[in-house]
Structure formats: structure tokens, C-alpha cells
Design a protein. Structure first.
Length: 245
């Protein structure tokens, strides 16, 4: 599940659709679309139902499609997306990735592969969390916060938007749009902080919850708890990258 993006500082139910709604704008002439790290496939299911003539492929380490997301034009592959060798050059019109590339410790190689499997003039769309600057430029407290959030996101360490943008450029992509959405995720992060606080502020309850639930829940809980203040103070960023081959 990805973060909700809100206009006018107010959280609305439909804000969960911000990312797929933006991606949709680039699908009108597409035939083959790849999602990296679709998780439970909510975005795949939504887009595949709106575009029945497009073949969608999802590559995830732990793919699963809830029944409501299952469509005949979706193919799910259980695999590390760093290995796209099964796809020939120029396979996809659009490739998108929501809150998953931050997990990659080898983004330069990954972007080379994404570029290779993308058709000429193909579009790569990415939504993700970033550090606002290089790790060594943060003060000690900020370094602790960004380390905590990175661990919570299962990322080695979150990279800065500038660093990732450079890597996209080196891979050969040219920019269509890059937007900082940090401000617009604050209403959702505030909601998540409130939810995380209900657990974290009750020590015994928190111990039990984090013991019985999967480890990722602890990571998500930590990000939810510290993410709001980190984003408000621009230690943590969220951005949209739309790039073209
Ligand atoms: C935070 S979830 C995002 C899910 C989905 N994109 C969404 O917006 O709801 C990250 C997903 O990326 C997948 N993932 C992380 N690293 C991966 C890798 N190296 N190869 C394939 N999938 C990966 C995880 O299994 C998980 O499903």
C-alpha cells in the first residue's frame, strides 16, 4: 500500500488513487506495461481493469493478487526485478514502480536494465521516498532518523533525489517531469503517525503486537511514527519521476 497524496493539505479517500491516476495518463497508446514491485497488485488490478487491451506484467519477490485484482491481462512473475534478463530489448511501452526502487542498492544497474527492456520513447514512472541530501550532510540527529527510516523501508540507506536523478540520466533517460510531493503526503503521514502512536505509546501492547506480527509491520510502524516529523522538517522526501527513453 502506498502513501496518499493530498491537494490543499486535506486528506480525502480518493487520494490513494493519485499515483495510478498519474500513470494512467501515459497508458493511452501502450500495449505492454511492466510494474516493478507491485506487492498485492492493487495498482495492477485497477489499471488492468481500465485498460483491458494492455498486457500488464508484474515482477515481485513476493507477488500476490487479491481476488478482486485478478484479470486475464495481468501476468505476475515471482522474481527479483534486478534480473530482467527474460525480457528482450524494447519490450515495454511503460514501466512503473511505486515505493519499491528505494529497496535497491544497485539502482544504476537496475536503471540500465529498465532502459534496455523499454521501447524507444517508452516512459518510466517512479514514486518513492528519498533522503533530502547525502547522508554525511545531515547532522547527527538527522542521520539517526534517516537510518531508522531506511531500516524501516528495508533500504540500505535512502538515497537523495539528486543522486537517483543522476543515475537515471547516466542510464540514458531524459526528464519529462520531476515533482517533489513531500508536502502533499503530510496529511497521510499525520494519519499514519496517529495510528502508530496508538500502539507505540502503550509499551506492553506494542511488545505483544511487534512480537506476533511480521517484521515488516515493525518497519512500517517505525516509518509511520517518525515519518511525519521527518518529512515536515524535510529530512525525508517523496517524489515523482517521469522519464523517457
Ligand atoms: C512497499 S511495497 C509497494 C507495493 C506496491 N508498489 C504499492 O504501491 O502498493 C514494496 C514491494 O516491492 C517488492 N520488492 C522489493 N524489492 C524487490 C526486488 N528486488 N525485486 C522484486 N520485488 C521487490 C516487495 O516484495 C514489495 O511487494
Amino acid at each position: 500500500m502506498h502513501v496518499r497524496i493530498s491537494e490543499n493539505h486535506t486528506l480525502r479517500k480518493d487520494d490513494i488513487f493519485y499515483q495510478p491516476n498519474q500513470i494512467e495518463k501515459y497508458l493511452t497508446r501502450a500495449k505492454n506495461v511492466l510494474e516493478l514491485g507491485p506487492g498485492q497488485g492493487a495498482n495492477l488490478g485497477l489499471l488492468a481493469s481500465k485498460f483491458p487491451n494492455i498486457q500488464f506484467t508484474g515482477v515481485d519477490l513476493y507477488p500476490s493478487l487479491a481476488r478482486k485484482n485478478q484479470r486475464s491481462n495481468i501476468k505476475l512473475i515471482k522474481q527479483d526485478y534486478h534480473d530482467l534478463s527474460q525480457f528482450p530489448d524494447d519490450s515495454f511501452d511503460v514501466i512503473y514502480a511505486i515505493e519499491t526502487i528505494c529497496h535497491s542498492a544497485t539502482k544504476d544497474k537496475l536503471f540500465d536494465e529498465i532502459y534496455r527492456v523499454m521501447k524507444k520513447d517508452g516512459i518510466f514512472i517512479m514514486y518513492d521516498y528519498y533522503a533530502s541530501k547525502a547522508f554525511e550532510k545531515y547532522n547527527t540527529v538527522e542521520q539517526k532518523i534517516i537510518t531508522l527510516i531506511s531500516k524501516g523501508c528495508s533500504a540500505e540507506i535512502l538515497e537523495s533525489t539528486n543522486c537517483v536523478t543522476q543515475k537515471l540520466k547516466y542510464a540514458g533517460f531524459s526528464k519529462i517531469k520531476r515533482e517533489d510531493l513531500t508536502e502533499k503526503m503530510l496529511p497521510d503521514l499525520k494519519r499514519l503517525k496517529r495510528l502508530a502512536s496508538i500502539v507505540i505509546h502503550r509499551k506492553t501492547f506494542a511488545k505483544v503486537v511487534f512480537k506476533i506480527l511480521p517484521k515488516t509491520f515493525l518497519g512500517n510502524g517505525v516509518v509511520a511514527y517518525v515519518g511525519y516529523n521527518a518529512a515536515r522538517n524535510r529530512v525525508l522526501l517523496y517524489a515523482e519521476h517521469i522519464y523517457k527513453k
